[in-house]
Design a protein around this ligand. Structure first.
Ligand code: ADP
Length: 782
């Protein structure tokens, strides 16, 4: 039971950030006037004073509201005047007290305080006992874990008998917030006090545990780093002791040596040194060091100053060109002239050679021969489908995985700064959002600029002026104009059958035999067999497929020789089918019958000439003109023109005048050849239409090409040589050509001219005279 409470009238001091407990001896400094007055008043009387805690330590002049109502009745033990009107006070807490009333606020606070003594509990109940144990145990842990309280405190604390006092002493030793301490101070009930303290202690322990974990984690990290650092230093020391360098240092020195030995131009040398310096300061395994190494590797490996010695001996060049290629007399002549000029001017300036012709006519291999003739290195780069400028000029080094463009890469492959550089398929470069490769190419080819070509990746000028650029194309039509202007075009047209036979016998078969490990004595490839391969298994202007088929035959023969142990195999015409399977093309196109509504045209395509079978059907309808097959707009217009011509001439051909109102006409151009979109099928379509409408068949032996006007005039067209060769290949006997194309026949080889009959026409009537089969017994039209 609590004793009867006593009340006292006491001077009051609000404390900042400090809570005084009973039994606690503590000192604090007093500086505020009000507090000094209170202290003086206490000293005059019985040295008793009431100490409360300010709710907020910052408040300078607290009012009654600003401090807690429960505090400690204390006794002043000592006061000491310090310089600057500060008094240091030593007090001892006596007992808890609660303010009943503030009697005055000036010149100091005076309060009527009710004393709250702890009940005198000798016989503790079990709960209290348990709480005491819990609290002391936790406090013990707290001391071990916090490291903030000297352990001997524990001894004095454990010797305290009264539970209330125990709680107060422990609280006084803890580092707690003002509010927490206040809560314990205000707990007049012992059990409640112990309980609050216990809870606080457990919370504190938990926080300490977490703190400890974090600390140990951090420590581990630091330990690991220190250990590695230590080991590395040791390794260095050991290597030094053994006279070895660490591998990174070795690598740097290796680069240093390579740079010195690479014979680099001044500017490049400087840049390489700078880069090496940067590299040596990077962590060896880092991503940026890899970028830096790749860059150095590129710089070192490029042939900045490596040049092969030219041989410009026209006789020798002629010999090499002849050795590698059959025929092509005009082309070879042009190449030799070109080389001669190079020799005289001793420079690579001047137009770039552009070899134009269908695939497989030897453009690429001519380039290779030129390199061989001049004793230069050879590199080839295909421009087909190139759309991205960066492919030519490279990506900037800031891009991940950037490398130089294909020009510089090819130069590296060549290993000299003056190779023969073949740019294949220059007619197939494109343009899109990624920039214009043609303009980048222009810079490469332009003699005025290419002595310092700057690749985006290298960021260093490379001298391309010694390079001999040669380009190839199937057609000049799609070569960007500015590029074409800088080039000297040499046309190479397709080969005739005779030429192909020669090429096969003299070049392709020996070459392929060598590649298949066959000796001359093993094989006899008869001429008839070669012809069979040419006519029944290939239909092309060049000899690329021919070479492939020959290789096929020889592969099969090689197998026979190995399997059956034969010494010698004679390849005859009849054997070809067993080697190559059933023929892919009809040898004799002219074996067909004369047909109604089908006319044979001649077409030029970038891959050579071809024949074109145009079919026309007509049926009752409403006068529609339907066109199917691979047709371009120009071809469609041409068909329309032909139709108008027929309407104007319907009477002459005995065609019903109003046929265009009640007849649908369907023109079909079967695939096979994909002709260039042009008007040159005009007369062929018109012939087929008239044949269909009049039911007069078209001669199977006739093929034709020519543009038609509304009034039936026949205008000249292009690609005559390729077209004639295609007709010849297909077994056509008579070829109808526009009169104005007569001059183009000069280019056609004599052997071909002899085999064909040419009809030169000026108007459509002449065409029909030749192409339609005159015996009109089949009918007289509708
Ligand atoms: P292109 O570059 O014109 O498409 P290639 O140069 O690839 O043609 O030639 C295809 C093959 O035909 C090569 O093996 C080449 O040697 C051969 N060839 C082409 N024309 C001739 C020729 N006139 N004489 C000898 N071989 C030739």
């Amino acid at each position: 039971m609590a004793e009867e409470a006593k009340n006292y009238l006491l001077p009051l001091i609000p404390l900042r950030g400090l809570t005084v407990f009973p039994y606690m001896v503590i000192h604090f400094d007093v500086g505020r006037q009000k507090s000094i007055e209170a202290l003086e008043n206490a000293m005059i009387n019985d040295q008793m004073i009431f100490l409360v805690t300010q709710k907020d330590a910052e408040t300078e002049e607290p009012t009654v509201e600003d401090f807690y109502k429960v505090g400690t009745i204390s006794k002043v033990k000592q006061i000491l005047k310090l310089p600057g009107d500060v008094i240091r006070v030593l007090v001892e807490g006596i007992s808890r007290g609660r303010i009943l009333e503030i009697k005055k606020e000036d010149p100091y606070f005076e309060a009527l305080v009710e004393e709250r003594l702890d009940p005198d509990e000798k016989a503790r109940d079990i709960e209290t006992e348990a709480l005491i144990r819990g609290v002391t145990e936790s406090f013990e842990n707290y001391i071990t874990m916090s490291n903030r309280i000297p352990p001997d405190i524990l001894v004095s604390v454990l010797s305290v008998e009264e539970p209330g006092r125990l709680a107060d002493i422990i609280t006084a030793h803890l580092v707690l917030k003002v509010e927490q301490k206040q809560r314990i101070l205000e707990a007049f009930d012992i059990k409640e006090r112990l309980e609050i303290l216990y809870k606080i202690l457990l919370e504190e322990l938990e926080i300490l545990e977490v703190e400890r974990k974090i600390a140990s984690r951090v420590k581990k990290q630091i330990d690991k780093m220190q250990k590695e650092y230590y080991l590395r230093e040791q390794l260095k020391a050991i290597q030094k002791e053994l006279g070895e360098k660490d591998s990174f240092q070795q690598e740097i020195e290796e680069y240093e040596r390579k740079i010195e030995e690479a014979n680099l131009p001044e500017e490049v040398y400087k840049k390489a040194k700078e880069e090496l310096d940067r590299l040596s300061k990077m962590p060896p395994g880092s991503a940026e060091s890899t970028v830096s190494r790749t860059y150095l590797d590129w710089i070192i490996s490029l042939p900045w100053n490596i040049e092969t010695e030219d041989r410009i001996d026209i006789k020798e060049a002629q010999r090499v060109l002849d050795e590698d290629h059959y025929g092509l007399t005009k082309v070879k002549e042009r190449i030799l002239e070109y080389l001669a000029v190079r020799k005289l001017t001793n420079s690579m300036k001047g137009p770039i050679l552009c070899l134009v012709g269908p695939p497989g006519v030897g453009k690429t291999s001519l380039g290779r021969s030129i390199a061989r003739a001049m004793n230069r290195k050879f590199v080839r780069m295909s421009l087909g489908g190139l759309k991205d400028e960066a492919e030519i000029r490279g990506h900037r080094r800031t891009y991940i995985g950037a490398i130089p463009g294909r020009i510089i890469s090819s130069i590296k492959t060549a290993g000299s700064k003056n190779p023969v550089f073949l740019l294949d398929e220059i007619d197939k470069i494109g343009t899109d959002f990624r920039g214009d490769p043609a303009s980048a190419l222009l810079e490469v080819l332009d003699a005025e600029q290419n002595h310092s070509f700057v690749d985006h990746y290298l960021e260093l000028p490379f001298d391309l002026s010694k390079v001999l650029f040669i380009t190839t194309a199937n057609t000049t039509d799609t070569i960007p104009r500015p590029l074409l202007d800088r080039m000297e075009v040499i046309y190479i047209s397709g080969y005739t059958e005779e030429e192909k036979i020669h090429i096969a016998e003299k070049y392709l078969i020996p070459k392929q035999m060598k590649e298949h490990g066959l000796a001359e004595k093993n094989i006899v490839f008869t001429r008839e067999a070669v012809k069979e391969v040419i006519n029944s298994y290939t239909r092309e202007s060049g000899v690329r497929n021919l070479e492939r088929e020959i290789a096929n035959v020889l592969r099969k023969v090689a197998k026979i020789i190995v399997e059956k142990g034969r010494k010698r195999v004679i390849i005859k015409k009849k054997d070809i089918e067993t080697y190559l399977g059933i023929p892919k093309y009809r040898t004799d196109y002219a074996e067909n019958k004369h047909q109604v509504g089908v006319a044979t045209g001649l077409a030029w395509t970038p891959v050579g000439g071809d024949i074109l079978s145009i079919e026309v059907a007509h049926m009752p309808g409403t006068g529609k003109l339907v066109l199917t097959g691979k047709l371009g707009d120009v071809m469609k217009e041409s068909a329309q023109a032909g139709l108008s011509y027929i309407r104007a001439r319907s009477e002459q051909w005995n065609i019903k005048e109003d046929f265009y109102k009640n007849t649908d006409i369907h023109i079909h151009v079967p695939e096979g050849a994909i002709p260039k979109d042009g008007p040159s099928a005009g007369i062929t379509m018109t012939t087929a239409m008239i044949s269909a409408l009049t039911n007069i068949p078209v001669s199977k032996d006739v093929a034709m090409t020519g543009e038609i006007t509304l009034r039936g005039r026949v205008l000249p067209v292009g690609g005559i040589k390729e077209k004639v060769l295609a007709g010849y290949r297909a077994g056509i006997k008579t070829i109808i050509l526009p009169k104005d194309n007569e001059k183009d026949l000069e280019e056609v080889p004599n052997s071909v001219k002899k085999a064909l009959k040419f009809i030169l026409v000026e108007n459509m009537d002449e065409v029909l005279n030749v192409s339609l089969i005159k015996e009109r017994e089949q009918g007289n039209g509708n």
